[in-house]
Design a protein around this ligand. Structure first.
Ligand SMILES: Nc1ccn([C@@H]2O[C@H](COP(=O)(O)O)[C@@H](O)[C@H]2O)c(=O)n1
Ligand SMILES: C[C@@]1(CO)OP(=O)(O)OP(=O)(O)OC[C@H]1O
Length: 160
């Protein structure tokens, strides 16, 4: 049995914040603002996974009013979500995701991010694809006010 889920998330750039994407800290003059570490890519993937298993979204599981999640490492949030997926008997089919940002340039970090996501989802890097696109200087991403990310995940039920 298959389940599909999609995710979308946005975070604003701010001074004096780390720029953590897919669990990897990217050298950049600005970082992302959020209650947690604001890892826009991992939040998107977590939402896609929760969507696939019909479990709502990350705001439901990790409320931004809860001090426990202040500056939380989003890798831990995604691992918690992945445990829910595993408990329901699903394995990863594949994950495809896109980082939408005018800057920073993501290409030098894509493989490291891919490997890290594979580790978090107990999968092989070949099951993961990470892309990046600008918005050709248009909109809030084009003005470098923030970043967005989207993801689609396919889960496969382990019937054995
Ligand atoms: N933040 C980004 C955005 C894009 N890339 C890479 O550049 C390619 C061209 O981007 P366009 O928006 O002009 O299509 C894109 O395919 C990515 O490989 C990037 O590394 N970081
Ligand atoms: C992750 C959580 C919780 O710390 O906070 P943020 O880092 O603000 O992220 P967001 O994607 O806005 O929503 C989910 C939140 O509940």
């Amino acid at each position: 049995m298959f389940r599909i889920g999609q995710g979308f998330d946005v975070h604003q750039f701010a001074e004096n914040r780390p720029c953590i994407i897919g669990g990897i800290e990217i050298p950049y003059e600005k970082g992302l603002l959020g209650h947690s570490d604001a890892d826009v890519l991992l939040h998107t993937i977590a939402d896609a996974c929760l969507g696939a298993i019909g479990e709502g979204d990350i705001g439901k599981h990790f409320p931004d009013t809860d001090p426990e999640y202040k500056d939380a490492d989003s890798q831990k949030l995604l691992q918690h979500v992945w445990n829910l997926v595993s408990e329901k008997g699903y394995l990863l089919g594949n994950l495809d995701c896109t980082v939408i940002a005018q800057k920073p340039k993501m290409a030098p970090y894509i493989e490291e991010i891919r490997t890290n996501i594979a580790r978090l989802l107990q999968a092989e890097p070949e099951q993961i694809n990470v892309k990046a696109t600008t918005t050709e200087n248009l909109g809030f991403t084009g003005r470098e006010e923030g970043m967005a990310a989207q993801a689609v995940v396919l889960l496969i039920r382990n019937e054995s």
